[in-house]
Design a protein around this ligand. Structure first.
Ligand code: URA
Ligand code: CA
Length: 431
């Protein structure tokens, strides 16, 4: 290992065998953390070649179990978003692309964050659960084109261990390490093809557009080198996506969007990502054709029907689709009123997310309980005009005293006297 650290430190390219050895021996405990720390710092400064990144990814894939989805008919396209605030895309995209025949075999987690993960959100539908057997999961995808199962098995243990180490050695922020970490998890979960939504802006992991582009390109290159067709979209996360931030609130927002009545930014991003998914699944020949198929199922009710069938197949009460008011409701509804008139110039996504977490919409630690009913509805987005006293945000709370939440929101939203343009939603695509 000393020789390999030295080799990377001096900027030389490691071989496939060397990379696989490092990951295997680190996972088994034969390479200690202190040597791996030196190695990741060497990678941080020297980077990795395309081949090294691809080998690192596959070494992490093979460090644990891989999910075999070969019994599911069709090309399994997975979507990954690098995270953001109020990102309801997964809830919309699943039923949307399933409705045009793309198999959606989603393995999902809970995790920490401003709101719960996809599973937490879906569990706000009474009765819905993800504790299903692998066999049933596969049957459901073949029958309905969509099912969601909880994370099981020992997927990419090398990534878990390495991510933990990077977190405490200031080596998280390295493009080759981030790209291989994300891609290894998607590939281990059985994806044949991958669509990436790389967020950029204040609420994103990558705050800077050039960094986001570089990360997107790194992941697309890895995917294509290891035989998984991969495409990426770089989208805005300077302000939250859509209006809703919260679990049940986002389920309602997803229902609205699937019926063509959702926020325009959320709808547009879902149509863009969805078109790439349909294209990669080979259900359409061009992006335009893919997009018209998706627009069609939004307007003819098929997308919504697919959501209902999916929820019912996993024990959920499908009537929420027609009556979203049966989802969990918060006790107190409070309006955050604008203190002055003008144009909304800033809605800092991550601090709005923190406000949602203060209400109880997300987990601060693994042990925290989520309150599915609470959250925020943005009534204004960047560029909108607001009158003094008009509501900026509707707060759904189960606590009576929410001064901290209101202060947090006031400090996240800026109002300007001069006109402000809405930010661009999609900055670039990488194919
Ligand atoms: N998300 C991941 O899964 N891995 C990283 O390294 C960074 C963000
Ligand atoms: Ca949202």
């Amino acid at each position: 290992m000393v020789d390999l650290i030295e080799k990377k430190r001096d900027g030389q390219e490691l071989t496939k065998e060397e990379i696989h050895h490092i990951i295997k021996a680190y996972t088994s405990g034969d390479i200690p953390d202190y040597q791996m720390s030196a190695f990741t710092m060497a990678v941080y400064f020297q980077g990795m070649t395309d081949n090294e990144r691809a080998e690192l990814t596959m070494a992490m894939v093979h460090s644990g179990d891989t999910i075999d989805l070969s019994e599911i008919q069709g090309i399994k396209v997975d979507k990954h978003s690098t995270g953001g605030v109020g990102d309801t895309t997964t809830l919309v995209l699943g039923p949307l692309v399933a409705a045009v025949g793309v198999p959606v075999a989603k393995m999902s987690g809970r995790g920490l964050g401003h709101t719960g993960g996809t599973i937490d959100k879906l569990e706000s539908v009474p009765g819905f659960h993800v504790e299903i057997e692998n066999k049933q999961f596969i049957e459901l995808v073949n029958k309905n084109k969509i099912a969601v199962i909880g994370q099981s098995g020992n997927l990419t243990p090398a990534d878990k261990k390495l991510y933990g180490l990077r977190d405490v050695t200031a080596t998280v922020n390295s493009i080759p390490l981030i790209a291989s970490s994300i891609m290894s998890k998607k590939i281990a979960a059985g994806a044949d093809a991958i669509v990436l939504d790389v967020k950029t802006g204040a609420g994103a992991f990558m705050k800077d557009l050039e960094d986001s582009k570089e990360l997107a390109k790194a992941m697309v290159d890895i995917g294509n080198l290891v035989g998984r067709r991969t495409m990426a979209v770089i989208s805005d996360m300077s302000q939250p996506l859509g209006y809703a931030i919260g679990n049940a609130l986002e389920v309602k927002e997803a229902i609205d969007t699937l019926s063509g009545k959702g926020p325009t930014d959320l709808e547009e991003l879902c149509l863009t990502l969805g078109s790439y998914m349909v294209l990669l699944a080979e259900k359409a020949k061009t992006l335009d054709e893919a997009r018209s198929m998706l627009v069609e199922v939004m307007s003819n009710g098929d997308a919504l029907k697919t959501l209902k069938i999916f929820l019912e197949a996993q024990g959920g009460d499908g009537s929420v689709v027609d009556h979203p008011d049966t989802l969990p409701q918060a006790k107190f509804i409070v309006e955050l009123e604008a203190e002055q008139e003008g144009y909304v110039s800033e809605i800092i996504a991550d601090s709005v997310g923190t406000a949602a977490m203060l209400l109880g919409a997300g987990r601060a630690t693994k042990e925290s309980q989520i309150d599915l009913a609470v959250g925020l509805i943005l009534n204004k987005k960047i560029g909108d005009f607001v009158k003094k006293g008009e509501s900026l945000v509707t707060i759904h709370s189960n606590q009576e005293n929410i001064d901290d939440v209101m202060n947090k929101l006031y400090s996240s939203i800026s109002i300007s006297s001069s006109e402000v343009k809405a930010p661009k939603l999609i900055y670039a695509t990488v194919e």
